[in-house]
Design a protein around this ligand. Structure first.
Ligand SMILES: NC(=O)c1ccc[n+]([C@@H]2O[C@H](COP(=O)([O-])OP(=O)(O)OC[C@H]3O[C@@H](n4cnc5c(N)ncnc54)[C@H](O)[C@@H]3O)[C@@H](O)[C@H]2O)c1
Length: 159
């Protein structure tokens, strides 16, 4: 991968898993990285990393909550008006079971986190990408979205 010097990247749910691994690579390549997460334990680990890297910005935010995402973007906009890339990484596995046994709340929550959160982040990133005169939006999918997974209907539908 070539240098990401001067690039500004937002990663949803970036304090652990694939999001954190991506954030670390982007930082190593010279980018400024804005991550959010819902988990206080992962956030505090990321904040420790931040002490040694001034290009990492860490925020608490539930990506599926529109008001929290708006608040997050207000904070990011105080640091930068332009971004080069949004990585819609947030995703939960959701419940496992036959449709007749799953609750509508669990179904809705999975779609809210895996799909609607991407809408919130994309909507608020587009003005920042336009100011940058271009950029990339990367949405994390899964083979579950191509082949489907037995007993994982909300995850497969969302992906
Ligand atoms: N891990 C895999 O094998 C795999 C395979 C295919 C696709 N994916 C996709 O890649 C993405 C990342 O997967 P992962 O395995 O790293 O995830 P993960 O389960 O490890 O979770 C990563 C982070 O998401 C955070 N998170 C959960 N809900 C949140 C919310 N509402 N707001 C903010 N943060 C929230 C968690 O606190 C955690 O830090 C997901 O979209 C997932 O569907 C993962």
């Amino acid at each position: 991968m070539s240098s990401l010097k001067n690039k500004k990247i937002i990663i949803s749910a970036g304090a652990s898993g694939i999001g954190w691994a991506t954030a670390k690579v982007c930082l190593e390549k010279g980018a400024t990285v804005f991550i959010c997460d819902i988990d206080k334990k992962y956030l505090s680990k990321a904040k420790k990393h931040k002490q040694n890297n001034k290009k990492l910005f860490v925020y608490e935010c539930d990506a599926s909550n529109e008001n929290e995402v708006k608040d997050l973007f207000l904070k990011i906009n105080k640091k930068t008006k332009k971004i080069d890339c949004l990585i819609n990484n947030v995703g939960i596995s959701g419940p496992t079971g036959t449709i007749e046994k799953l609750s509508s709340n669990d179904w809705e929550k999975t779609l809210k986190v895996n799909v609607i959160s991407h809408f919130h982040f994309t909507k608020l990133s587009i003005p920042m990408l336009k100011k940058n005169k271009g950029g990339s939006i990367i949405n994390l999918s899964s083979t579950a979205g191509i082949f489907g997974f037995p007993l994982r209907s909300p995850y497969a539908a969302s992906k």
